[in-house]
Design a protein. Structure first.
Length: 196
């Protein structure tokens, strides 16, 4: 009987002591320096203006640009709508020629061109996440540029269920944001889940 009482007392003390230890550990972790965020090497870099963008129809930020041989393509986002504009390169200027509109696309941060069977395609943001104000893209689509057209992302061929994209096919978590890019030889995807 005495052993049982002693064991119960020990359990109570552990229950009270454990949260205190955890609180100290959590606080201690928050004041430690973030070694992973420290760069291994610091270099001086500078940016040089490549092209003056002239005549864009939308007064919103350029999200992404792709420089091709003759044209410069840029994406601009307004809500869940993405404007893909084509600009003709002449010297240091890139002047607006035409555009296409893709609706419900997401953040418009994905824009890379590749060629398949002689046809140029873009990797393109698609499927806006309605639960965020950033309209993060949940899918990457294949897009052929068609001036003057408006298409909904559902009309595009898309990489879907990217949160299962791993060797085992196991679910990685709930998709938070997807990005992709590459060229005619390589494709790279970035899948971020809400769980990290």
């Amino acid at each position: 009987m005495l052993q049982v009482q002693a064991l119960d007392l020990l359990k109570k003390q552990l229950k009270m002591f454990t949260p205190v230890v955890l609180a100290i550990l959590v606080f201690g972790m928050s004041v430690l320096p973030a070694f992973a965020a420290t760069p291994g090497k610091t270099v001086n870099a500078s940016a040089t203006l490549a092209y003056n963008l002239k005549g864009l129809n939308h007064n919103v930020a350029v999200q992404k640009a792709y420089i091709a041989d003759k044209y410069l393509y840029v994406t601009q986002r307004s809500g869940g709508t993405c404007y893909l504009s084509r600009l003709l390169i002449k010297g240091n200027d890139a002047t607006y020629v035409d555009e296409m509109t893709v609706t419900n696309t997401g953040h418009c941060q994905t824009l890379d061109m590749y060629t398949y069977n002689g046809i140029n395609y873009f990797y393109f943001s698609s499927k806006a996440d309605p639960s965020t104000t950033n309209y993060w893209s949940l899918q990457v689509a294949r897009l052929t540029y068609a001036a003057g057209t408006t298409v909904d992302y559902t009309a595009l061929h898309r990489f879907t269920y990217m949160n299962y994209a791993n060797k085992t096919g196991a679910r990685l978590g709930e998709t938070y944001r997807v990005d992709g890019g590459g060229n005619s030889k390589y494709t790279v995807f970035r899948i971020q889940t809400k769980e990290g």
